[in-house]
Write a protein that binds this ligand. Structure first.
Ligand SMILES: [Zn+2]
Ligand SMILES: [Zn+2]
Length: 277
């Protein structure tokens, strides 16, 4: 028996004799099956070829795999009393990683923004004997069901220790973000609010790899969902995608820019059209 892992998205499947026929996460038009075809690996293979690194990210600690694997996100360890909450998740877990997380206080829980980062969440939860908080609206995308998974419903879930899950929707109906009431406030957004490379704006898409946008109303709903929360910092899904200050205004400006662009009212968009006629 093996627990196969999709190479393209990093999702682990339950015990099976043979590799699954396909990966529903990658067949969904928000992800993709590479042109070279569906490939599978296992944790044993990944442990032999890759390792995790721990790096400071803002006031938090990130955990990411090198060389980069699948979608390439890194997880974040968020202080939770004497322990940590793991925000988003990665596929690779090995003894060295677990020992280092343990040394830093272990895990009291895992919370994940959306199905692209479900990865090896059950392996992590078993190792640390902790629950996984997922939004119920995305329950159909759980490929390896497990008793550790706790589905939450509604728009907000208080986790304690100043941490609150906020449903933004958009990229996925249950798309969630984590608010941390520490200092001026921090928002961990996964792919729900996407931090772009120059850190001056954020983006919002239904599919990032396939470049399919969201309706403007969905983007306004995401911006409205975080508006009641105080935050100055946003942590995106990848290394160094951190807007250190002024992040609340960045979200407001970016949502407004998105609407202007979709309506053809962004100055640059208008001039492109005028030049053609
Ligand atoms: Zn996949
Ligand atoms: Zn995604």
């Amino acid at each position: 028996m093996e627990r196969f892992i999709c190479v393209a998205c990093g999702t682990q499947y339950p015990d099976s004799e043979a590799a699954p026929d396909a990966c529903p996460i990658c067949l969904d038009p928000r992800q993709y099956v590479p042109a070279s075809g569906q490939r599978w690996t296992t944790l044993a293979e990944l442990r032999a070829t890759s390792a995790n690194e721990f790096r400071e990210e803002g006031t938090l600690v990130g955990v990411g795999t090198a060389p980069g694997f699948a979608i390439g996100q890194r997880a974040l360890l968020v202080p939770f009393g004497e322990s940590n909450l793991m925000w988003d998740c990665i596929t690779l877990i090995d003894d060295a990683t677990a020992d280092e997380v343990e040394r830093r206080g272990g895990l009291a829980g895992i919370a994940i923004s959306h199905p692209h980062y479900y990865s090896c969440m059950v392996e992590w939860a078993h190792r640390f004997d902790c629950p996984i908080h997922l939004h119920a609206a995305d329950s159909e995308w759980v490929m390896r069901p497990d008793a550790a998974i706790r589905h939450w419903d509604g728009d907000v879930l208080e986790l304690g220790h100043g941490l609150t899950l906020v449903r933004g929707g958009g990229h996925f109906p249950g798309g969630a973000m984590l608010h941390r009431a520490e200092g001026a406030g921090e928002l961990l957004t996964g792919d729900i609010i996407q931090v772009i490379p120059d850190l001056s704006h954020v983006g919002f898409m239904w599919s990032y790899p396939n470049l399919v946008p969201l309706p403007e109303a969905e983007v306004q709903a995401i911006a409205a969902a975080v508006e009641p929360f105080e935050f100055d910092t946003i942590y995106g899904a990848w290394w160094a995608r951190v807007i250190a200050s002024g992040a609340k205004d960045v979200v407001r400006r970016s949502a407004e820019r998105y609407g202007l662009a979709l309506r053809g009212e962004l100055p640059g968009v208008r001039s492109t059209r005028a030049a053609r006629t």
